[in-house]
Design a protein around this ligand. Structure first.
Ligand code: NAD
Ligand code: TYD
Length: 331
């Protein structure tokens, strides 16, 4: 099996490449990544001399480049995206370019070359839940942020390519991921970095927004299973029933680092902030036999440990562009 992985230098994509090469000894990977602020080749440093792995710097919007790379490939898995909700609020344009136009170009490439494409989508396409209920694959798509709207557009474009052209497309909609190598703009690594530096921890609104947290390794296993065995044209929810309010996670991080709760600072809420996400994943469980394996409390402890042991990885990112972003976002 030879795959084109797009966005493989980011958080989830780099985990997936490691997972694929380890669990499928015959697999080969071409990793196409534009290396935006979120792309980091440090995440793949151990693969530099791996013969089954090749990195190409480039844009998923570059149809000719993609076309040349996929000759001889068996499929495409698209991780490439602008992925941060807060950045989508201050600058939605690049989200439309990469997440919508880029994804459509990849679909066109996959269709022409008659190969499977897996689109890595998100539970955020469903919008927000109240205190009760879960999203199923047939829940309406009601995205609320420019990020989730752009992901919903590409998700629906997959549906259109299947129904209109009979293209071999599968979609996964996963909940919030956590684990090593996550860019420090996201909740968990940001709070770990700030707690460590004894800086204030900015919690949006009342801190009672709920996310269903899944370890990135469990997500990667689900993606490979859906790519190999999922039915064309189908969508699979991937969640782990680990619902935690933000404030509870922040307190656990402080507790683990032995820092005082007085570091918590409740700040202005994110506009259009979704209150709660929860996923019903019985379809992937029943059809493909997938199960999440890493309980959140254990995974969170290990993740905190990883960040503490890999301070240099974090420090390399806390420069230039990121500090400017942080200042604008939190000042
Ligand atoms: P990330 O921001 O860490 O990585 C995105 C990667 O895409 C980066 O390496 C970046 O350089 C690359 N990229 C961006 N624009 C590109 C372009 N035009 N061409 C080629 N490469 C480009 O994101 P992530 O958290 O790893 O998420 C990966 C995918 O999973 C995204 O599609 C995201 O929407 C989806 N997803 C993420 C989560 C989550 O909790 N992080 C949950 C569900 C779904
Ligand atoms: P985030 O990691 O940005 O993921 P998403 O918005 O895709 O769910 O945020 C997770 C939750 O944490 C979300 O409810 C927003 C909240 N949050 C804060 O309270 N403070 C912060 O500084 C950040 C980045 C997020």
């Amino acid at each position: 099996m030879k795959l084109l992985i797009t966005g493989g230098a980011g958080f989830i994509g780099s985990h997936f490449i490691h997972y694929l090469l380890k669990s499928r000894p015959q697999a080969e990977v071409i990793n196409l990544d534009l290396l935006t602020y979120a792309g980091n080749l440090e995440n793949l440093k151990d693969l530099e001399s791996e013969k089954r792995y090749r990195f190409v710097k480039g844009d998923i919007l570059d149809t000719e480049l993609v076309n040349s790379l996929i000759s001889g490939c068996d499929g495409i898995i698209n991780f490439a995206a602008e992925s941060h909700v807060d950045r989508s609020i201050s600058g939605p344009g690049t989200f439309v370019q990469t997440n919508v136009v880029g994804a459509q170009r990849l679909l066109e490439n996959a269709k022409k070359n008659k190969m499977r494409l897996l689109q890595v989508s998100t539970d955020e396409v469903y919008g927000s839940l109240g205190e009760q209920g879960q999203f199923t694959e047939s829940s309406p798509l009601e995205p609320n942020s420019p990020y989730s709207s752009s992901k919903a557009a590409s998700d629906l474009m997959c549906r259109a390519y299947f129904h209109t052209y009979n293209a071999d497309v599968v979609v996964t909609r996963c909940s919030n991921n956590y684990g090593p190598f996550q860019f420090p703009e996201k909740l968990i690594p940001l709070m770990i970095a700030n707690a460590r530096a004894e800086k204030s921890l900015p919690v949006y609104g009342d801190g009672l927004h709920v996310r269903d947290w899944i370890h990135v390794k469990d997500h990667c296993a689900a993606i490979l299973l859906v790519f190999e065995k999922g039915r064309a044209g189908e969508v699979y929810n991937v969640g782990s029933n680990e619902e935690w309010p933000n404030i509870e996670i922040v307190k656990r991080i402080l507790n683990e680092l032995k820092r005082p709760e007085s570091l918590i600072s409740f700040v202005k809420d994110r506009p259009g902030h979704d209150r709660r996400y929860a996923l019903n994943s019985s379809k992937i469980q029943k059809e493909l036999g997938w199960r999440p394996e890493i309980p959140f409390e254990k995974g969170l402890k290990e993740t905190i440990g990883w960040y503490l042991n890999n301070e240099a990885w974090v420090q390399n990112l806390l420069t230039g562009e990121y500090l400017k972003y942080y200042e604008e976002q939190y000042s």
